[in-house]
Design a binder for this molecule. Structure first.
Ligand code: MN
Length: 446
């Protein structure tokens, strides 16, 4: 796949939905992110919508209004696939259908569209909506694509051997659990489990004391591949529907005790949270940049390398982490930003994750989710997890109100946001993903 900018990316486009023209909106007409919503408190099912300004276009309602009847067949078929409670049917259609629907939506929602009066009745305000996980996620795999995160965390777990020798050759990942993935607003109990106290020779059981977040992007797979048929690197992005924000909550003390030899297990699978909106790869086209591997590092094996990757395989996505404590909430203070990073620092690209995942013949399916791994930048303040920001809990973070944190406390809310901005392109954003830590449940058997 090669980057093609088309009329849908034109930064001068405006929408008849006035809020979509605000300079700081995440959802201008150039974005057209997909999600699954319903009206809060209404006796109705979840359905597919597209974010536009502070509104949601209900795609099922738009379909029934007749505005897609005269659209090209792929756009009509894609709109029909949106008459559903998940994005899976749309995801399964593939990139030519996604692109046709994007073009149709861009024309329907831009200023001067003849369909404005009809579509006005298909809008719902975002602040009156509740959301669901946008797709039924069959399988979820978490990668580890930030070499800065891998090195920082490796130093804490293995001071003498921070970066394992396979890291620069293999896009490292593990198979996670999809059943505990929730949507923004998720609240979960602090997990219980086994940990090995420092200096002890046998573990103790109880609530995690080192609960952390991981700043990640989620990659939603579109059309999959048959078992046994790998996806080549340069075809990989045709199989990617889009990206969302993803918080891979992690219990570091459980992780430290359990992770060898088979990797994370109960330290990760108690909860993970996605943002409600999925930004398509096509919407991100203006924000591509060269994928770079430093000359003094091992270069990727041929199945993970191409001229297209080198030219445009990375994505420039600004990421930020915010924290709101119970005290801040009680005093009406908003969440405070505690770090920023950028997805272009990733050591492995989205296409490399897909190509590597399938190179042995493993089949991906529509709605599968790939986590990017914690996105830490090269500088300490760009760390994507508390374990790095506080150097393993040794250097507490002091918040503006004087509170300190090493790891997360009960009732803390963590918020991630992301956006893309540059000269000559429309600013687009991902909305946000938030989640809240609840106190541990009474101990099992206590
Ligand atoms: Mn992770």
């Amino acid at each position: 796949m090669s980057v093609v900018l088309n009329e849908t990316h034109d930064p001068t486009l405006q929408s008849w939905v006035a809020s979509a023209n605000a300079p700081d909106t995440d959802f201008p007409v150039q974005n057209l992110a997909f999600g699954v919503f319903r009206r809060a408190g209404a006796p109705e099912g979840f359905r597919v919508g597209v974010a536009i300004g502070d509104q949601i276009l209900d795609l099922g309602a738009a379909l029934r209004s007749g505005v897609f009847v005269h659209q090209p067949a792929p756009a009509l078929k894609a709109a029909q696939a949106c008459d559903s409670h998940t994005l899976n049917a749309l995801m399964a259609l593939g990139s030519s259908h996604w692109s046709a629907l994007r073009l149709a939506l861009s024309r329907l929602l831009r200023t001067g569209a003849a369909e404005q009066a009809v579509l006005q009745a298909c809008l719902q305000p975002q602040d009156q909506a509740v959301y669901a996980v946008p797709a039924q996620i069959g399988d979820y795999t978490d990668f580890y694509t930030s070499i800065h995160h891998a090195t920082n965390v490796g130093k804490l777990f293995r001071p003498d051997n921070p970066l394992l020798p396979n890291y620069q050759w293999v896009p490292i990942g593990y198979h996670g659990r999809s059943s505990s993935i929730g949507v923004s607003g998720q609240a979960f109990h602090r997990p219980l489990g086994q940990t090995l106290p420092p200096g002890a020779s046998s573990p103790v059981f109880g609530p995690s004391k080192r609960l952390d977040y991981e700043l990640e992007l989620g990659v939603f797979i579109g059309n999959g591949n048959p078992l046994g048929e790998p996806i080549a690197l340069d075809a990989a992005e045709d199989h990617v529907f889009g990206l969302c924000l993803f918080n891979d909550w992690s219990a570091r003390d459980l992780q430290g005790w359990e992770y060898q030899p088979l990797g994370p297990f109960l330290s990760k699978n108690f909860a993970s949270t996605v943002s409600p909106w999925v930004v398509t790869l096509e919407a991100l086209a203006p924000y591509r940049r060269a994928w770079v591997r430093p000359a003094d590092h091992p270069q990727p094996l041929p199945y993970l390398d191409s001229t297209t990757l080198r030219r445009e395989g990375a994505l420039d996505i600004e990421l930020e982490v915010l924290l709101q404590t119970a005290v801040m909430r009680a005093q009406g203070q908003p969440a405070q930003r505690i770090s920023r990073s950028n997805f272009h620092h990733a050591y492995w690209s989205v296409s490399q994750m897909v190509a590597h995942h399938t190179v042995n013949g493993c089949n991906l399916q529509p709605g599968d989710l790939l986590g990017s791994g914690t996105q830490s930048g090269p500088n300490p303040e760009e760390a994507g997890a508390l374990i790095e920001l506080t150097v393993g809990g040794k250097q507490p973070l002091t918040l503006a109100n004087g509170e300190t944190r090493t790891f997360l406390e009960d009732h803390d809310t963590v918020v991630f946001r992301a956006h893309c901005a540059k000269e000559g392109a429309a600013r687009i954003g991902f909305g946000e993903v938030s989640g809240t830590v609840l106190p541990a449940r009474a101990s099992v058997g206590a």
